[in-house]
Each structure stands twice: as C-alpha cells, then as structure tokens.
Ligand binder design. Sequence first.
Ligand SMILES: NC(=O)c1ccc[n+]([C@@H]2O[C@H](COP(=O)([O-])OP(=O)(O)OC[C@H]3O[C@@H](n4cnc5c(N)ncnc54)[C@H](OP(=O)(O)O)[C@@H]3O)[C@@H](O)[C@H]2O)c1
Length: 264
Amino acid sequence: MGVIGKAAVCFVQGASRGIGAQYCRSLIARENFQVIASCRKPEASQELMELKKSYPDKLLILPLDVTKEDTIANAALQVDKLFGKLDLLVNAAAILHPSGRGETSLKTTSAEDMAKTFQTNTIGPLMVAKHFSKLLSKGDGLVGTQGSGESEKHSSVLVNMSAKVGSITDNGLGGWYSYRMSKAALNMATKNLSVELGRGQRRTVCISLHPGTVDTDLSRPYHKNVKNLFSTEQSVGMMLKVIDSLCMSDSGKFFLYDRSVMPY
Ligand SMILES: NC(=O)c1ccc[n+]([C@@H]2O[C@H](COP(=O)([O-])OP(=O)(O)OC[C@H]3O[C@@H](n4cnc5c(N)ncnc54)[C@H](OP(=O)(O)O)[C@@H]3O)[C@@H](O)[C@H]2O)c1
C-alpha cells in the first residue's frame, strides 16, 4: 500500500465490530477513500478480516488499545509513514461499564469501574487526538463541506462518538454514572479540541456525535425497551450524512444522527 495522492484518508479506531466496523464498510465503498481501522486484536475481528479480503488495497488494519498510549503513538507513526495526513478521524471505542451494564444507583458504583470506563471512553479518545492532531492538520479537506471564505476552510474532521446520555441538560433519568460522566467529559474534550484545533491555517472540525440506539453488543442488554433500534447500516448512513455536511462553524457542537444539535 503506497501513498495515494488525493484519496481521502480515514482512520476509525474501535473498529473490530458494531458501529466502528460499519463506518469502515461504508467509507471503504466510496471511490478514492482509504480506510485505516484499528482495534485491540485485529486477527480476532472477523468483520475486519472479511473486509480486508474484499478491499486488500484500500484497508489497513492496525493494533491499537486506547488505554495504552504507546500503541496509539505507534499507530500514528505508521499512518504518518504511509499516508502523511488524515482527512477524517472517528473515535468509536467505548464500553458501557466493565460489567457490561450501567450502574442503577449510587451504591453500585465503584472507583475502579469508573476509572476503567473513563480510561476507555474519555482519556483514550483524547490521547488519540493528541497523537493524530498533526496528521489531521495535514488533511486535504476531502471530508465535510468547505465554506466559501478562507477562514471557513478546514483540513479535516474529528468525530468523537458520544451518547445522548452524556448530555447534562437532557439527564432526567439518572443512573449509568460511569458511562454518563465519561461521555459528558468526552464532550468537554470535543469542545476543547475544537478551540485548539480551530486555530491557524490548518483547522480541524471537531464534533461529538450520538448514533441513536443501535443494534450492537454495547446496547444489547437494553434492546427490549427500545422503540427505535437502528441497524449499524442505518445509523452510520445517517451519521455520514451529518459528517459530509460539516463545516468550520459546526466545530465544537454535539450532534444527533439526524443533525439536530444536542445541548451539552
Ligand atoms: N450502540 C448504541 O446504541 C450506542 C448509543 C450511543 C452511543 N454509542 C457509542 O458508539 C460507539 C460505538 O459503540 P458500539 O455500539 O459500536 O459498541 P460495541 O459494538 O460494543 O463496540 C465497541 C468497540 O470498542 C472497542 N474497544 C473497547 N475497548 C477498547 C480499547 N481499550 N481499545 C480499543 N478499542 C476498544 C471494541 O473492541 P474489542 O472488540 O477489542 O472489544 C469495539 O470495537 C461508542 O463510543 C458508544 O459509546 C453507541
């Protein structure tokens, strides 16, 4: 795989299954798109192995554990060597809770579980942004919609996969302390990133994005209570429409899959 002139280079981390794997399938089907998928154990991801068979030249798979910064740095080094830029970064990896189920009350919280959730859902994506921000600044602006004036132009797009339950304003139910708090903090990271990566000539549009409730392992324990359960194809199809429409003035916002803006 060599450097491709003006291909859009997209990096999806947390791509072994669920929404991340679907982003890879949908992006790779686009003409002149190059996809880099990362996950903890690439060889264990049947979905990625199958995709690699269909698109041997368009897909690169790299090992990356968001809780291990050296693996993030190594992946960034590989992407730099092969492509020298990024047009799109999707931070998809997350856990609901180490047990697979969110806390129902204060008495079921534990410091250890909360720290593990933050490590994956909040600190991990920020460390990915840290190591990939230089590559994002070198993007060709091939993802999103460019504004008219020079100050409206962007080089790249960064998407942090968030969750509606991370909205402080929207929280009427309580529960799920670790997941809610980790996503609320991730939203703050998105806002901060939008300020820092929105300066200068080579800007990155940074957003938080809620996918809807989607038929994946993460939400599986709660499916029976869901009225509108999306397939990964449906959700990613809608989210890519949002991503394709993004311009500089959208940076720092928290979007739902239908492009409505969620209050933080
Ligand atoms: N599904 C929903 O209804 C829903 C709703 C709102 C928001 N979201 C958000 O959407 C995103 C994708 O979720 P999903 O539903 O696709 O979940 P999923 O099917 O459970 O997939 C989660 C992904 O995260 C990866 N991951 C977990 N810990 C990791 C680590 N330490 N390092 C690297 N990768 C790690 C998993 O890889 P392994 O295979 O290695 O475990 C897997 O690829 C998440 O950010 C989630 O919070 C989902």
